[in-house]
Ligand binder design. Structure first.
Ligand SMILES: Cc1cc2nc3c(=O)[nH]c(=O)nc-3n(C[C@H](O)[C@H](O)[C@H](O)COP(=O)(O)OP(=O)(O)OC[C@H]3O[C@@H](n4cnc5c(N)ncnc54)[C@H](O)[C@@H]3O)c2cc1C
Length: 404
């Protein structure tokens, strides 16, 4: 993290324009999301719209031609989009999240090389940092063998969200010894994990269509395969992948949190819309029962609101403190833990919100095609985003107990 990353460049009017653009696009996400969910397909037509609206440059600093969105504005935009469709938003959020990382991780020279293309030509990045053996916590098994002028890269990234639309893949790899072997010493291996960038069109790069999941089906989380891909030395964009990533992880923790906040708000509105209208008609106790008059239902709606607003507040407080550079733990481990809390609150609360909504609406919410049925499935992916809920709890516990 560098504090200069958190700069507010947009005026109130510019922010309002970004929010209005995202509200309109959210309507388009909403219209196509259920079809892409049913067909397990990536919404390429929405990638075109994101580019037409110049949204790839949302959080690119103004000096490179971007909108200059700060973390609070970016998170709010993500929330608005996710209200339309969380799975499609998760796809594009990968780009905004990694751009946020790069603002803190990449040199001025690398930002100057790549960011104008994002802002002006709509280039999209993915962030393929996880492999099958272990998620993002696993050191890269992907190998970068030093050769003249750069590296020859081979490996497989099994979680390549947005990879089908990305113009550039960004990924972690471990620089091997000249003979192609990974260092046997653990510390030496960890010190050789770097971040590389390569064009999606580079020879030896391909996407394997492996994504078939419970939810977030339109996120296009496919497998990115590197087979002896040449990456020039100039495209090694960070020689300290892991410390750089975790020092800037707030760009994903707050934007992931915002996806699940938008999802929960949608679940709330859909639930209330049904409950307001629903009558059971004649039952054994009465000639008619209006569902909204049931105390249990009223309490449930209230609980959903509490869960949603507590997630919203924790995101807003964290984003505001980052923008104002105040009241954040100085110790990097505690800082990371503190900034992960909104992600855990928002993702776990979203699961709970959808669960309550389904019970209040009744069995119809269990049927395929019901909006709550889709939101239920999409919500289940929240705890897996790094740090996972369990990893955060342990991380916080260790920090509080002084265990390094
Ligand atoms: C919808 C979706 C999209 C995703 N998109 C991307 C993407 O675009 N890019 C990307 O890089 N990743 C992506 N991921 C992967 C995500 O980052 C991983 O799910 C996450 O890193 C956790 O990894 P894992 O689920 O494989 O679990 P693992 O890392 O295999 O963990 C398994 C178990 O071991 C525990 N554990 C993990 N590490 C440790 C440790 N060091 N010590 C002790 N216990 C440990 C975990 O808590 C868990 O209980 C995506 C995931 C989802 C669900």
């Amino acid at each position: 993290m560098s504090s200069s990353v958190h700069v507010v460049e947009m005026s109130a009017a510019e922010r309002d324009r970004a929010f209005a653009t995202c509200r309109e696009l959210a309507d388009e996400f909403r219209a196509v999301g259920p079809r892409h969910d049913a067909e397990n397909s990536f919404p390429h037509e929405m990638a075109r719209r994101v580019r037409e609206l110049r949204l790839p440059g949302l959080n690119i600093p103004k000096r490179f031609g971007g909108w200059g969105g700060d973390i609070a504005t970016t998170a709010r935009c993500v929330e608005l989009l996710a209200y339309g469709d969380p799975a499609i938003t998760l796809g594009f959020n990968m780009h905004w999240g990694v751009v946020g990382f790069f603002r803190g991780m990449w040199s001025a020279e690398h930002q100057g090389r790549f960011f104008p293309g994002v802002a002006r030509e709509g280039h999209l990045f993915d962030g393929a940092y996880s492999e099958t053996r272990a998620g993002v916590m696993g050191l890269a098994d992907t190998r970068a063998v030093p050769v003249e002028g750069g590296y020859r890269v081979s490996g497989k990234k099994s979680w390549g969200t947005l990879s089908l639309a990305a113009d550039f893949h960004t990924f972690n790899a471990t620089i091997t010894d000249p003979d192609g072997e990974l260092p046997t010493d653990h510390a030496a291996r960890a010190a050789r994990e770097v971040m590389l960038v390569c064009p999606a069109t580079a020879k030896g790069v391909r996407i394997e269509k492996t994504w078939d999941a419970l939810g977030m089906r339109a996120s296009g989380t496919e497998t990115v395969v590197f087979e002896d891909v040449f990456v020039p030395a100039a495209d090694l964009v960070s020689s300290a992948f892991r410390p750089g990533l975790f020092a800037n992880l707030e760009w994903q923790t707050l934007s992931f949190a915002s996806i699940y906040l938008g999802l929960a708000r949608r679940a709330f509105d859909e639930t209330v819309a049904v409950i307001r209208k629903k009558h059971l008609g004649a039952v054994s106790e009465a000639a008619d029962v209006k569902v909204s008059e049931q105390q249990l239902v009223q309490v449930g709606i209230g609980e959903m609101r509490v869960l949603i607003e507590s997630a919203a507040n924790t995101i807003e407080v964290a984003a505001t403190r980052l923008n104002e550079n105040r009241d954040l733990p100085e110790d990097p481990a505690r800082r990371l833990g503190w900034l992960e809390i909104p992600k855990v609150v928002a993702t776990e609360n979203a699961i709970r919100v959808v669960d309550i909504g389904m019970r209040l609406v009744g069995g119809g919410a269990f049927r395929r095609g019901n909006v709550l049925e889709k939101l239920y499935r999409d919500a289940r992916s929240g705890p897996f985003h790094p740090l996972t809920t369990d990893q955060l709890m342990q991380h916080l516990g260790r920090a509080e107990l002084g265990i390094g």
